[in-house]
Ligand binder design. Structure first.
Ligand code: ASP
Length: 313
């Protein structure tokens, strides 16, 4: 593994975990770890990206991703502009391509894009004229989430090698699950996915993961228990009878956690649905690293902006 984080990222896009090697993931985690301390300072600012401009272009709601990209850019002294679809000319009928071309004409140094359609950041990368970072595209990919998850897990487990991982919930609609499966596989994890049959993509075994519909079986022996939100906004029709029935079978609560290893960790990308996929007792309890993930989200996005915008120069 490389120990220099200064791998060659300048000018590249970050569209998916598939673009990254295991060494590059470790390089990004190492870089992010160096930025953690900046957020602990009284004056949370480095001059590294002074004179650079980062545009956050969000066509879907976001709390953590958008805010942490904004904070990350500002802590590195970049100018950060936030645009949401509702407040842009998209509501007047402007196309996605025209919106990106117009923003590109203002010469930003990075464009962070969140969009409900898979592949939109890739499409934008063809004409954006600057690094494009995928901030989540439909059910496809959310690379910075997987990177901050790797950082959080590495802090607790010291290594990402050969972990037993359980990914539980609405796998079908989860870009977080897809990006994390891709990341874990680079480190030879044993991955079990769990959820109702209707929320499981077809041919999951092609991903090289084990499938179960029993949450107790999924949790047993897991080092990392990754919970996913039920994404009702992506469901065309009811894919399970009711939330009550869903939670009676797939909610991670203290009873299920009795099956877990004493040093297991529980992650969730947020927003959490308390009492649906995770009980408050578990979300706020000793196994949970959910708020560490949020803290690491800022450091990881600092690392990504720093490396892609050439801060390492
Ligand atoms: N915040 C994550 C995402 O944007 C997970 C979620 O929304 O459930 O994909």
């Amino acid at each position: 593994m490389v120990d220099s984080p200064l791998v060659n990222f300048k000018g590249r896009h970050l569209l998916g975990i598939d673009d990254l090697s295991a060494d590059e993931i470790i390089g990004l985690v190492n870089t992010a770890n160096r930025f953690v301390e900046v957020s602990e300072r009284e004056i949370k600012k480095l001059p590294t990206l002074r004179g650079k401009t980062v545009v956050n272009l969000f066509f879907e709601p976001s709390t953590r991703t958008r805010t942490s990209f904004e904070i990350a850019g500002k802590r590195l002294s970049a100018d950060v502009i936030n645009i949401s679809a509702q407040s842009s000319s998209v509501v007047k009928g402007e196309t996605f391509k025209d919106t990106v071309l117009n923003l590109a004409s203002m010469r930003p140094d990075a464009l962070v894009i969140r969009h409900p359609s898979p592949g939109t950041p890739l499409y934008a990368s063809k004409f954006a004229g600057c690094p494009v970072i995928n901030g989540g595209d439909g059910a496809h990919a959310h690379p910075t989430q997987a990177l901050l998850d790797m950082m959080t897990i590495m802090e607790r487990r010291k290594s990402l090698k050969n972990l037993n991982v359980a990914i539980i919930g609405d796998v079908l609609h989860s870009r977080v699950a897809r990006s994390n499966i891709s990341a874990f596989k680079r480190f030879d994890a044993n991955i079990t996915v769990c959820g109702p049959k209707t929320l499981m993509p077809a041919h999951m075994d092609n991903f090289g993961v084990r499938v179960t519909h029993d949450i107790y079986e999924a949790v047993e022996g897991a080092d990392v228990i990754m919970m996913l939100r039920i994404q009702t906004e992506r469901m065309a029709q009811g894919l399970f009878p009711s939330l009550r029935e869903y939670s009676s079978r797939f909610c991670l609560d203290s009873k299920v956690m009795k099956k877990a290893k004493p040093d297991a960790i529980v992650t969730h990308p947020g927003p959490i649905n308390r009492g649906i996929e995770i009980s408050s007792e578990v979300a706020d309890g000793k196994y949970s690293v959910i708020l560490d993930q949020v803290t690491h989200g800022v450091a990881m996005r600092m690392a990504v902006l720093y490396l892609l915008c050439g801060g390492a120069d």
